[in-house]
Design a protein around this ligand. Structure first.
Ligand code: SF4
Length: 369
């Protein structure tokens, strides 16, 4: 049971050498503008001290919305029959990867629903091999850096994907509280299996990315504080977190009205999570996710101001984007990739941050290991 230690101000807490669970809870409970600004500044300065001020780009290719699973919160869950299912051809993915390299982004993220069948894995291995070959340039002698986000796989398949050339992997735990995890997923998706998959990603040699959903029903600030401690315990290299936004065509649409009412609170909580994670973990990569922009037009810039250093511009071919909506109101659906590139560049420069063009921008935490 959390007992708020009122005797400690936010200023005292953020300047402690080592934060504990109760400190994190107090940070995440901060509400005044003054406290939020203190928190933001501490996170920003921690970022400058440990990883510098550059923002690194990962062109996002949502290459398939086919999923074998049914997470209760997700707009592309297999039971949602309103989506037209697609998988990009190898040629479409390679063409997009080349475009990403031509924009000097240096890295891409290949994201899809979860499939574990051999046809899918061998397709992915082939695509990764080809991307590595076809995106080598003088500026990028090893080709694009590749991050995967394709769900739970076996250790053997993580090895195959790593050997093909993918060197980062994102798999969100969604909640480190096993009871809450169980409320978000059907019975055939277990918390134990998710933890095992996270450990296997590390074993494979890839940089490990994870993260949580922020502000879903039943979650407390204590849960979120524990999530940050979980990131440390699992020794994550990269963090991607987003505010929970209800998708209409999911079983969790019963929370739609409440979610709308709580949206500003959830948005602020997401920014506090970025800041608290930066202060606690220091040298990891943290993404400023598009879901922040779904709530506030300047949400992604705010994420960067609160200590994030990664942006994932939308590069999925435009005709497929409407079919890949994990949550309602996803931005950038109609912007052509060229417009997204200019928009994202302007957004980052508007807050005075340089962009790490032609740099992979790998997690310093991983490189130090
Ligand atoms: S969150 Fe991922 S695994 Fe779950 S239903 Fe959506 S795409 Fe599938």
């Amino acid at each position: 049971m959390y007992i708020n230690n009122k005797s400690n101000s936010i200023e005292d807490i953020i300047n402690k050498a080592k934060l504990d669970l109760y400190d994190l809870i107090t940070i995440l409970s901060a509400e005044s503008d003054e406290d939020l600004e203190l928190l933001r500044l501490k996170a920003y300065n921690t970022m400058l001290d440990y990883i510098g001020n550059k923002v690194y780009m990962r062109g996002l290719i949502e290459f398939s919305n086919i999923c074998t699973l049914d997470c209760y919160y997700c707009g592309i869950r297999k039971s949602n029959n309103k989506n037209e299912r697609y998988i990009l051809s190898k040629e479409e993915i390679i063409e997009t990867a080349k475009w990403i390299a031509s924009k000097n982004y240096a890295s891409l993220v290949l994201q899809s629903g979860e499939r574990q069948d051999e046809q899918f894995i061998s397709f992915l291995v082939d695509v990764i091999n080809t991307i590595k070959e076809e995106t080598k340039t003088d500026k990028l002698p090893d080709g694009l850096g590749i991050t995967l986000s394709v769900g739970e796989q076996t250790l053997e398949n993580y090895h195959r994907l790593y050997n093909a050339g993918a060197h980062r992997y994102l798999l969100r735990i969604e909640s480190s509280n096993s009871k809450l995890f169980a409320k978000l997923h059907p019975e055939n998706q277990s918390y134990i299996s998710r933890i095992e998959a996270l450990k296997n990603i590390k074993k494979s040699g890839m940089q490990l990315g994870t993260g949580v959903m922020i502000g879903f029903p039943g979650q407390t600030v204590e849960d979120l504080a524990n999530d940050i401690i979980f990131f440390k315990e699992i020794d994550a290299d990269m963090i991607g977190m987003g505010p929970y936004i209800v998708h209409n065509d999911t079983p969790m649409n019963i929370y739609l009205e409440q979610n709308k009412k709580d949206m500003l609170k959830i948005y602020n909580l997401a920014l506090k999570m970025i800041a608290a994670t930066r202060i606690f973990l220091k040298d990891v990569n943290i993404a400023s996710t598009t879901a922040l922009q779904a709530i506030n037009y300047f949400g992604r810039e705010e994420g960067l101001r609160f200590g994030a250093n990664i942006i994932m511009p939308q590069t999925t071919p435009i005709e497929y984007r409407k079919e890949y909506q994990l949550y309602e109101g996803k931005p950038c659906l109609d912007d052509i990739a060229e417009e997204c590139a200019i928009c994202v560049q302007n957004r980052i420069q508007s807050i005075g941050r340089p962009i790490g063009y032609n740099e992979w921008g790998d997690s310093r935490h991983f490189l130090k290991r």
